[in-house]
Ligand binder design. Sequence first.
Ligand SMILES: Nc1ncnc2c1ncn2[C@@H]1O[C@H](COP(=O)(O)OP(=O)(O)OP(=O)(O)O)[C@@H](O)[C@H]1O
Ligand SMILES: [Mg+2]
Length: 367
Amino acid sequence: MTSADHEYWDEPDAHGQLNDYLEKIINSIATPVLVKDKLHRWVLLNDACCAFIGRTREELRGKTDHDFFPKKQADVFWDMDNHVLVTKEEHVNEEELTDTNGVVHSLLTKKNLYVDPSGEPFIVVVITDITDRKRYEAALNESHRQLRILSAHTEAMVEKERTRIAREVHDELGQSLTALKMDCAWLERRFREDQTDLRARTQMMSQLIDDTIITVRRIATELRPEMLDDLGLAATLEWQLQEFRKRTGIDYTTSITPKDIRVADTISTAVFRVFQETLTNIARHAKATEVDLQLCVDAAMLSMRVHDNGVGITFEERNRPTSLGLLGIRERVDFLGGHTEISGEPGRGTTVEIRIPLSHSHIGGTP
Ligand SMILES: Nc1ncnc2c1ncn2[C@@H]1O[C@H](COP(=O)(O)OP(=O)(O)OP(=O)(O)O)[C@@H](O)[C@H]1O
Ligand SMILES: [Mg+2]
């Protein structure tokens, strides 16, 4: 007769005493703990474990998972026991368990092999009920998903409104200014040669109107460049860089393939806004003298990499919760199912890289 044939749970010998002693120790643990023999029989159970299963120790001792749990679940526990018996390695698994009251729990089960002095193997099982944690996790994910949808919706509304204002500013103000300019020219022609004051004043007005027309065009274009719809993403980003160089004196290089990039509106708008924020950051923070833009599109993916040769963003700066500009970049890209990487090296500049998959199934992002 081998030691495996002993019935540990009611044996009055040294084993029984040892079990009483062990039981006292494991009873002081608030987490459910149980020990199984190699035939999967429950040898030791602490109070927390009995309470968890909802039966007395006497009812549970000597039984197996199959006596109390649905077969499908018990089969999983059984397989995991065998895995530990064979590999002799610790094993952690997430499992579902329907208790004796029919309540379904999510469990994190940690199993270890213990071999007693006579060489007999036992499986020590420590159970953590993660049902609440899972529920909170699911609620948090759902809330995150909803917030992301709300944020994208708000962004889309803002974008629509920008487009409307841009058109109105461009068309209405543009037309009125052009009419005023024609009126100025008409007035100027009506003045006599000797009315130099009046002629000079009208010319100044005309000049002011010209400047205002340029300002209006710039405001409209910054709100939402028409060229994004007409000439496409590549031309718009190049134009942004030219304007940026004029404004800041920071030079640029580009590598764009192919030149004629065609992507969905949502994607070109997102990339345009990401680039806009990246350039604003370079102007405000980088102290750079040069920017490099690499844009590459193939059938599956759009990749953009913007590198400046400035001071370099720090780890703390790129992870600060108040870094809303960077958060906006990440959020836009995430929503399109893409990926953002922001890196920096002191004195060697900052790199913002985004990759957006071009299949529509990704839109909505991952929670
Ligand atoms: N190209 C860059 N070079 C160096 N530091 C940068 C660069 N881009 C961002 N940073 C640093 O990262 C921080 C966060 O950038 P982020 O765009 O999120 O915020 P911000 O530009 O300060 O404000 P805003 O919310 O108006 O964009 C910046 O304050 C700056 O310190
Ligand atoms: Mg910023």
